[in-house]
Design a protein around this ligand. Structure first.
Ligand SMILES: [Zn+2]
Length: 292
């Protein structure tokens, strides 16, 4: 039996024990729900590492584990957080090496992008570990995850989907980005008078501006998927996250097929999937086990 610890670090830390690719205990959350402790955004990197270590030790329950996997937001290369827009203080932090040095007895530690952990979790939970899995996580920002995770930048949420110079709502400041159209934060900046939910509801009710935007929203997501398919090949494409509820699969699929016409890249499927903390925890653990 394989035993690994999966960790998801975002505004909070969620940790669980994973046995043979499935969660085998409660998900531990730090700070605990309702506690007055500050979130990760206000903690120095060393304190974040210490909080993660404490939860790992507790989740292991005194028994040995084969590996520890940590899903962390941002650009992660070689176990180093190269950038993390929502946790800026962690930029440059050697999270993998720091945590490995804190754990005794020694356990292999692997840090990967949080969306890559979601992709690995989807692959594990659905029995697709032998396949290429891609996931777009739609929330305030837009994450892009790939399983198997490979070295690189892979900031798919910031892929350019329009040449319109007025499209500058992305959280990173870049012009024409997917997140600048599809991300929740950017939708609030675009429609100062309406919440994203209202935009989608008003579009259905016949509001022209909202309807035009909802079309653009789906075409932007399709464009990002088409680019991914043209670079990485066809396969299973998933949409997850709180704003996946806005996705209308029928037009999305049609736009993708309009954008992808070469026969070797045909045959992708798009699916909406529930992927909470548990999926990312399982994915981080499975990734770490397979990374050895
Ligand atoms: Zn961007």
């Amino acid at each position: 039996m394989s035993r690994a610890i999966g960790v998801l670090a975002m505004e909070h830390i969620a940790v669980g024990l994973v046995e043979d690719g499935a969660l085998a205990g409660p998900v531990r959350v730090y700070p605990p729900l309702g506690s007055p402790s500050v979130g990760l955004h206000a903690m120095p990197p060393e304190q974040i590492a210490e909080a993660i270590r404490t939860e790992i030790v507790a989740a292991a329950g005194g028994l040995g584990v084969d590996a520890v996997g940590i899903g962390f937001p941002g650009i992660i290369r070689g176990g180093v957080v190269q950038d993390s827009p929502n946790l800026r203080q962690v930029k440059g932090f050697k999270l993998q090496a720091t945590l490995a040095s804190m754990l005794s007895p020694a356990v292999p530690v692997h840090v990967l992008n949080d969306a890559d952990a979601v992709a690995a979790g989807i692959a594990a939970k659905r029995g697709h570990l032998g396949e290429l899995i891609r996931v777009w996580t739609l929330g305030s920002g837009v994450g892009y995850g790939r399983y198997p995770a490979t070295d690189g930048i892979w900031e798919g949420g910031h892929i350019v989907v329009t040449l319109d110079p007025r499209e500058k709502y992305c959280g990173c400041g870049g012009v024409g980005h997917l997140e600048g159209i599809v991300g929740g934060r950017s939708m609030r900046l675009r429609f100062l008078d309406r919440e994203p939910d209202e935009v989608f509801t008003d579009a259905k009710a016949g509001d022209e501006r909202c309807a035009a935007f909802v079309t653009t929203w789906h075409r932007a997501l399709a464009a990002a998927m088409a680019t991914s398919v043209h670079l990485d090949g066809p396969g299973r494409l998933f949409v997850a996250g709180p704003n996946a509820r806005f996705v209308d699969l029928h037009p999305l699929d049609r736009y993708l097929h309009e954008m992808v016409t070469l026969s070797p890249v045909q045959g992708s499927s798009i699916e909406i999937v529930e992927a909470g903390d548990e999926t990312a925890i399982v994915g981080a653990a499975v990734h770490a086990e397979r990374a050895g």
